[in-house]
Ligand binder design. Structure first.
Ligand code: SF4
Length: 115
């Protein structure tokens, strides 16, 4: 059995995941999102990545995040790619900064406007 705290919403349900003959069984969740989170966490954990990228020559920084969660084992590679990015303003919130970050198929997007 694996015990987890659901991080999908602030309630933070305590989840228990057990392997049964017909697959994984999740208990302790208040909603379906918690069940999905627990199964992913046990089989293929993923995270939304938040970071900053340089604007112009690095005088300013722009906050960014992945548009969807990416596999945890790819996060280091993704951060290496993010460190090399320099954007030129103007940038609008939600604008794609980099497609297919670290080969994940997930875009990196701005989370703030920048003039
Ligand atoms: S199981 Fe549902 S209600 Fe509970 S913390 Fe996760 S998302 Fe929130």
């Amino acid at each position: 059995m694996t015990e987890l705290t659901c991080i999908v919403c602030p309630i933070g349900c305590r989840l228990r995941v057990t392997r049964e003959l017909d697959g994984l069984k999740v208990t302790g969740n208040e909603c379906r999102r918690g069940e999905e989170y627990a199964k992913d966490e046990v089989t293929a954990p993923k995270r939304i990545v938040t970071a900053v990228v340089k604007v112009d020559e690095g005088e300013r920084m722009l906050p960014v995040k992945t548009a969807q969660a990416i596999p945890k084992e790819i996060i280091f590679l993704a951060m290496e790619e993010i460190k090399e990015i320099i954007v030129a303003p103007p940038v609008t919130s939600g604008q794609v900064i980099k497609e297919n970050l670290a080969g994940t198929g997930v875009a990196l997007v701005a989370t703030k406007h920048c003039k």
